[in-house]
Each structure stands twice: as structure tokens, then as C-alpha cells.
Design a protein. Structure first.
Lengths: 115, 115
């Protein structure tokens, strides 16, 4: 595998289900990100992890719970979601350092539908 | 604080015509600027980036962008559009300083190319 991978690519879940999204980066980066992409809205940054430590949480509801066990893996645990949470969830990674312009590399995304 | 405005949510050109996608930014410190492209059902792919070196930046697939500080702009151009350029394009800004690779994205511009 190369780059950033995400599984599953598609997920349909009911509002009472619990599921997890997985992201893995094969680039040796130290920072990982979760974004939400909804129709007709800008990309929304959800969480940032730098060297496994969460450095940003953009007021994301607690029904979204991130986990970063190491610099290569990132999870997004989902529970009791709402229909408005249906979106494309994108994972990205970068070789981030303070003040440095490192670009982010994106995975293909997980298309989530909440019924 | 940093922000990005992309003028025009949809741009339509004929094959072979000039492509111009507009981006204006706001940043309290010298910015780093990026253009990404997203094809249907895929993640974002980096086209080019500005990191305070040359103000005219060349990217992949024949695209280029010019950083104009006086106009706070970073417009994306391509001299001759190809059918394969049809996609959604995102401008993003990263402020220098202590932000660990945090990007703020514009709302995106969908480019349609007509035969």
C-alpha cells in the first residue's frame, strides 16, 4: 500500500449503531487529520494529531471520537450519529512542523450515510 | 485568523480555452498557499503550493498560480483546458507560526470543460 488509505470506502449505518473509520498513512508523516466534507459546504477540519497527541478539536460533537495509537494510524469512532452527519470523511497526513509549509496528503475518503 | 474565498462556485470553459479560478485569502501572518484538485469519488490531490519563494508557481498538469500580496490573491490558471481537467478545485491557506500544518480551505470551484 502507498500513500494514505481509508477503510471502509462506503458505510451505511443507523442512528443507534457504533462503527469506526480507519486511516493509515504509509508516508512516514508525523501529523494526521480528519476532515468532514458535506455537500455545498467547505471542508471542515475536525481533529489534528501531531506525534499521536491531539492538538486540535474543532468543537466536534462527542458522538465522534478520534483515536491515534501511533503516527501511522488514525481512527474515527462513531456512535449515535444523526442524519446530518452523512458526508465524505477524509483523512490526511503531513510532515508537519511549527510554521513550516508542509502539504497534506489525502486518502480517498469514506462515504458515510446515516439512516 | 486565516480565511479563503473562492470567487465562483462553478466555472465553465470550452476545451482549449483559458482556465482561471480565483482565490483570495486573509491571513494575519505571511501565508503559505495551496491549490488542490478533487476528482469524483476521490480525495484531494495537491496541484501546487506557494511557500514564499517565487511568486509564480508551476504545478502539475500544466497549472500555475501567481501570488499577489497587494491583492491578497492566488489565482489558478491553465492556458488550455482539457476534458480531463473537469473536477472540483480547492484553494487553501496555512498561516506560518505555530499552526502544525493546519489548512483552511475555500468552498471549492467546480470546473466544467465543454467539448
Amino acid at each position: 500500500e502507498t500513500g494514505v488509505t481509508q477503510t471502509p470506502r462506503h458505510l451505511v449505518m443507523g442512528m443507534t449503531n457504533k462503527k469506526s473509520l480507519k486511516c493509515e498513512q504509509h508516508l512516514g508523516h508525523n501529523a494526521m487529520y480528519w476532515y468532514k466534507q458535506s455537500a455545498k459546504k467547505p471542508l471542515e477540519l475536525m481533529f489534528v494529531y501531531n506525534f499521536k497527541e491531539q492538538t486540535e478539536n474543532n468543537s466536534v460533537p462527542s458522538r465522534f471520537s478520534p483515536e491515534c495509537p501511533n503516527s501511522s494510524h488514525l481512527f474515527l469512532h462513531l456512535h449515535t450519529l444523526q442524519p446530518e452527519d452523512s458526508a465524505l470523511y477524509l483523512c490526511a497526513s503531513s510532515q508537519a512542523a511549527s510554521g513550516a509549509p508542509y502539504e497534506q496528503y489525502f486518502g480517498p475518503g469514506t462515504r458515510l450515510t446515516v439512516t | 485568523a486565516q480565511s479563503v474565498t473562492q470567487l465562483g462556485s462553478h466555472v465553465s470553459v470550452s476545451e482549449g480555452a483559458l482556465v482561471l479560478l480565483r482565490c483570495n485569502y486573509s491571513s494575519s501572518v505571511p501565508p503559505y498557499l495551496f491549490w488542490y484538485v478533487q476528482y469524483p469519488n476521490q480525495g484531494l490531490q495537491l496541484l501546487l503550493k506557494y511557500t514564499s519563494a517565487a511568486t509564480l508557481v508551476k504545478g502539475i498538469n500544466g497549472f500555475e498560480a501567481e501570488f499577489k500580496k497587494s491583492e491578497t490573491s492566488f489565482h489558478l490558471t491553465k492556458p488550455s483546458a482539457h476534458m480531463s481537467d473537469a473536477a472540483e478545485y480547492f484553494c487553501a491557506v496555512q498561516s506560518g507560526g505555530t499552526s502544525y500544518g493546519k489548512l483552511t480551505f475555500g468552498q471549492g470551484t467546480i470546473l466544467t470543460v465543454h467539448p
